[in-house]
Structure formats: C-alpha cells, structure tokens
Design a protein around this ligand. Structure first.
Ligand code: HEC
Ligand SMILES: [Cu+2]
Length: 356
C-alpha cells in the first residue's frame, strides 16, 4: 500500500513540475520579447503604441488580459485542488460517487457570473470603439486617401495634390500641436486591411465602401505595417511604411512631392523607352504622356526607400531585376515581365533614377 501511494505522488509531482516549467518558459519568452522590443521598429508590436488609437487598444488589452488571467487562475487553482483532493485513493470501492442534480444556487452562479463578465468586456470594448471611430476631426487634420490594390498601396493627399505609393508620410503630432492624419480607406479590387500595429487597429479596405481611421503618432520614425486581410498570392508582400516626419521634414517632403517629375533629364533614351512601351498604360509620371493608374505613380520613385510595397530595397540592381522579371522579387505580382533588351533596360533604369 505505502509503496503505491509513493509512486502516485511521484507521478503527480512530476506532472506538476512539467506544467510549471512550461508556464515559466512561456513567461520567460514573453519577458524576452518585451525586453527586446521597444526601440526596434523592425518588429512592430501592439505592446508599444505610439498613437492614440493604438494606445486605447493597448490599455483595453491589459484590462481584458487581467480579467481573463484572473479567470484562468481561479479555474486552474480549483482544477488542481480537485485533481489532487479527489484522486483515486487506496481502498477505493470503485463505486460511482453521489451525483448532484438541480442545485439552483450553482446553476444561477455559473450563469450570472459569466454573463456579468461578458457584459463588462462588451461595455469596455464598445467604449474604446466609440472613442476611436467617433473622434472629432479637427479642421487642421491632414486628409489622406489610401487605396488598396493587389498588392500595393496608393496614397493620395487631395488637398495637397500629391499621389504616392506604399510609403505614407505624415507629420508628427504632440499635445501642444496636434496634427492627426485622417485616412479614407478604399479598395480598387478586393478586400485589404490597413494595419500599422503601433499606430492604430486594423481597418478593412472594401470595394464600393468608404471606411476611415486616423492616427496621431507622437514620435518621429518609420513604422512598419502590413496588409492584414488575405487579398491574393502576394498578400504577404503587401507591406506598409509610415514615415512620421518632424513638421520641417514633412513640409520639405510635401514641397518635393508637389513638383512635376524631373523634366530636364539627360536620359532621353530611357525616357523614350518608357514612353513607347506599355509602362505608360499602368504608371503615371507627371508632366509626361504616362497617366496609367493600374500601378504605382512613379513621378518621385526615387524618394521611396523600397519598391514593390516593401518587397525590395530601392536600388539600381533591384530596379533592374524588377523590370526584367517582377516575379523574381514578388511572385504573382500584377506587373508583367517587360522583356526589354539589355541596353533598353539599362537606359530605362538610368531614366527612372532621375525621378527624385
Ligand atoms: C500591366 C500593368 C503594368 C505594366 C505594363 C508595367 N507595370 Fe510596373 N507595376 C505594375 C504594378 C501593378 C506594380 C505594383 C506591383 C506590386 O507592388 O505588387 C508595378 C510596380 C512597378 C515599379 C515599382 C514601383 C514602386 O514604387 O513600388 C516600377 C519601378 C515599375 N513598376 C516600373 C515599370 C516599368 C519601367 C514598366 C515598363 C517597362 C512597367 N512598370 C510596366 C503594373 C505594370
Ligand atoms: Cu492586401
């Protein structure tokens, strides 16, 4: 008898240690991620908010985690208690224990308590959604229209007459000088979702519907995001960059973007290649015959750090590869391989590189 009891205890202690080690490991992993996260913008974390909507979501998530954490602790403790207290004992007569039916008190308790918890979570969430969606738009707010395409982002600044792609520029905001950006979200083809974790929650871009969201980033820098709704083959390479600029930098960017494309280019051969091939059906370059809107506006291509929605850095080599065969960088992208001769391709890339 004594011996059997001992082995049972050993099993229980062994299992409990296993569970504790697992939980400890999880906590350690979370701790490590958290410690490494803050200054590194390459890992966008919802736990490092830099704008009011993201901040409200972050606080709500703490509240929800606290409540669900508490539920977990209570349930886990009761479970552990029951498992140990009511385990099979020596001399067990193998009969079924007494069954309890129809305890009104217990029924009421396990109906009302969960309802109360759900109501509290619902109210807290509804409050945050309301605060974000119905935030008043100040007269000074910057307005941007973001249009989702398979598989890139078009950004239009109607009041400033600027059209660009994939890299959104907005001014930094502060309590003393609030400069929020309000985004109108549209789609040219299918569902996409605008998500920059440190700035705001996800908002979908849906064909034939206008959605909106807003951000008021409080710190300059580049914030990364991603299309968060599966929209086709290259959904995963539909990345987003938001450059939050100081007021001076933002004004300088606006001034540069408002210019027509560089006209006095010496790269006339490359420009001729561009203007006499299908490029102009899909791309626009202001001040030229190219007015296509199927692909990104190339007027100030070289002001962008990346091409193809963040899929590659904007370098001479990558431009070559991209125009030669877009699938090499982004398989399934909707730009066809243009099959140009090598001299034409070289000239074309030299021309594109004058588009500052
Ligand atoms: C059938 C339409 C189409 C044609 C023709 C076309 N493109 Fe594109 N192009 C696109 C699309 C769509 C994208 C965006 C692809 C993506 O990111 O998924 C793109 C992206 C690009 C980009 C990257 C822009 C950026 O900021 O990300 C460059 C550069 C480019 N095209 C140059 C050209 C040149 C040069 C030609 C002519 C030799 C050309 N394209 C012909 C549709 C086209
Ligand atoms: Cu998408």
């Amino acid at each position: 008898m004594m011996k059997k009891r001992k082995t049972e205890w050993r099993v229980i202690v062994g299992r409990a240690t296993g569970i504790l080690v697992l939980l400890g490991g999880m906590l350690l992993a979370v701790g490590l991620c958290d410690a490494a996260a803050p200054p590194d913008y390459s890992v966008p974390s919802i736990f490092d908010p830099r704008s009011t909507p993201a901040e409200s979501i972050y606080r709500l998530s703490h509240f929800v985690l606290a409540i669900t954490g508490l539920i977990f602790l209570v349930v886990f403790t009761l479970l552990t208690y029951a498992v140990i207290k009511f385990r099979r004992s020596p001399g067990d007569d193998k009969r079924e224990p007494a069954q309890v039916y129809g305890s009104t008190q217990i029924e009421l308790a396990w109906t009302i308590i969960p309802i109360l918890i759900v109501v509290v979570l619902f109210l807290a969430t509804a409050r945050v959604i309301h605060a974000i969606q119905d935030a008043p738009k100040p007269a000074t707010a910057l307005e941007v229209t973001a249009i989702g395409h398979q598989f890139w982002w078009e950004f239009r600044y109607p009041a400033l007459g600027i059209v660009t792609a994939n890299e959104l520029h907005v001014p930094v905001s502060s309590p003393a000088h609030p400069a929020p950006t309000f985004l109108k979200l549209l789609s040219a083809d299918t569902d996409h979702s605008f998500w920059v974790p440190q700035l705001a929650g996800k908002t979908d871009l849906i064909p034939n519907r206008v959605n909106d969201t807003w951000i008021d980033p409080r710190q300059t820098g580049v914030y990364l995001g991603q299309c968060a709704q599966y929209c086709g083959t290259q959904h995963a390479k539909m990345l987003l960059r938001v450059s939050v600029d100081s007021p001076e930098d933002f004004d300088a960017w606006v001034r540069a973007q408002s210019q027509l494309a560089n006209q006095d280019t010496k790269e006339t051969a490359g420009r001729r290649v561009f203007e006499t091939t299908a490029c102009i059906n899909c791309h626009a370059i202001s001040g030229t015959a190219a007015t296509g809107r199927f692909g990104p506006d190339l007027t100030h291509l070289m002001s962008r750090q990346t091409i193809a929605s963040g899929a590659a850095e904007n370098t001479t080599e990558n431009l070559h590869t991209w125009i030669q065969n877009p699938d090499a960088i982004k398989p399934g992208s909707l730009m066809p391989a243009m099959k140009l001769s090598d001299p034409d391709l070289d000239a074309l890339v030299r021309y594109l590189e004058t588009l500052r």
